[in-house]
Design a protein around this ligand. Structure first.
Ligand code: AKB
Length: 340
């Protein structure tokens, strides 16, 4: 029996998976198979060909996927985010690093068996950066991919290391073997900023203050923001995040000069974000109660990123600046969501 060509999404029930499954299903190019510890919500479940409930660390499960499907595109979204990873660093390392290694090995085996490179889309993060202090952060401005890559969190270290592992599989895998084995994994990484979705609320991240503030205001509950009003990092509306992942995955290999690409869209301070939230939801009770330790993490992330390589190589062009994201995507969608 021939195996069927499919796209695999790990961590599919998370925030990015939600929009990605919807877009991939609408495009209808290939059947979607998903892997997550959790079940998919029923409306998403109906869009996928098969959902595997389990861990990316379960080798038997990965082997059973190899035996049944011909995977030529992987969106490896499964990860523990930055705040959660600080509480359980060993688990974070297992999921974020060992899990990614297993998926890279899975992609290598797939590529060797069906003979085509497997496109491996990896969501990295601004957490891969580590600026030493606020003066340096202010002076650095828009940070390029190769600057300030000294992450200070477990999650950031995991992401940066896995970017290197992806490059290794793509370009140097088993470089001393007589035959050439590299090139089976076509690894492409995006360094995402904080993502803001109107339909899901994040959990376990440190950029979560912006979406948490907005979702709390829309539900009429008070919110104490855990960073200072002047805190500034890049953000992006979820539809642009999903579109960036799809666009980079679909870009011709020959157009890509780099393995890792920054993507950014807007970078309000927490106070600027709060002002928009209270304009959209008058009477919203948003205060600031900085948590010194979480603040310490966000202070090491850049205030903005230079995404000119993504724009030049594969046409990255976010549709949503802050105003548009707020008034045309976030606020109307969130209002509908909580009115239901
Ligand atoms: C987090 O806060 O950990 C994530 C990220 C910036 O990658 N949202």
């Amino acid at each position: 029996m021939l195996r069927k060509p499919v796209v695999l999404i790990t961590g599919a029930s998370g925030e990015i998976g939600h929009g990605l499954i919807t877009s991939l299903a609408a495009a209808g190019d290939r059947p979607i198979i998903t892997l997550d510890l959790k079940l998919l919500e029923p409306d998403l479940g109906s869009l996928v060909h098969q959902h595997y409930s389990g861990s990316i660390l379960d080798q038997d499960l990965l082997d059973s996927i190899v035996s049944e499907y011909e995977v030529d595109l992987i969106f490896h979204l499964a990860a523990l985010l930055s705040t959660r990873s600080e509480f359980t660093p060993m688990t974070a390392h297992r999921v974020n690093v060992e899990g990614t290694m297993r998926l890279l090995e899975f992609a290598q085996k797939q590529g060797e068996s069906h003979g085509r490179p497997v496109v491996f889309l990896y969501p990295s993060s601004i957490a891969a950066y580590g600026l030493p202090d606020l003066e340096t952060k202010a002076a650095a401005g828009r940070v390029g991919e190769n600057e300030w890559t000294k992450p200070t969190t477990m999650y950031g270290c995991n992401k940066l290391y896995c970017e290197h592992m992806g490059r290794y599989y793509a370009k140097r895998y088993k470089q001393l073997a007589p035959e050439t084995l590299s090139g089976k994994v076509d690894f492409r990484a995006l360094r995402f900023p904080g993502l803001i979705s109107a339909v899901t609320v994040p959990s376990g991240g440190t950029s979560d203050y912006a979406p948490e503030m907005l979702h709390a205001a829309a539900q009429g509950t008070s919110y104490a923001c855990f960073v200072r009003p002047d805190t500034r990092i890049p953000f992006m509306a979820m539809p642009d995040g999903v579109e960036a992942a799809l666009r980079l995955a679909a870009a011709p290999r020959s157009a890509l000069q780099h393995t890792v690409y920054n993507v950014g869209a807007f970078n309000p301070s927490a106070e600027e974000f709060r002002a928009l939230v209270t304009e959209a939801f008058p009477g919203a009770d948003v205060s600031f109660r900085p948590d010194v330790k979480r603040q310490g993490i966000v202070d090491t992330w850049p205030a903005d990123v230079d995404d000119s390589a993504a724009r030049a190589d594969w046409g990255y062009a976010p549709q949503y600046d802050l105003t548009r994201a707020f008034w045309e995507y976030l606020v109307p969608t969130i209002r509908r969501r909580y009115q239901q």
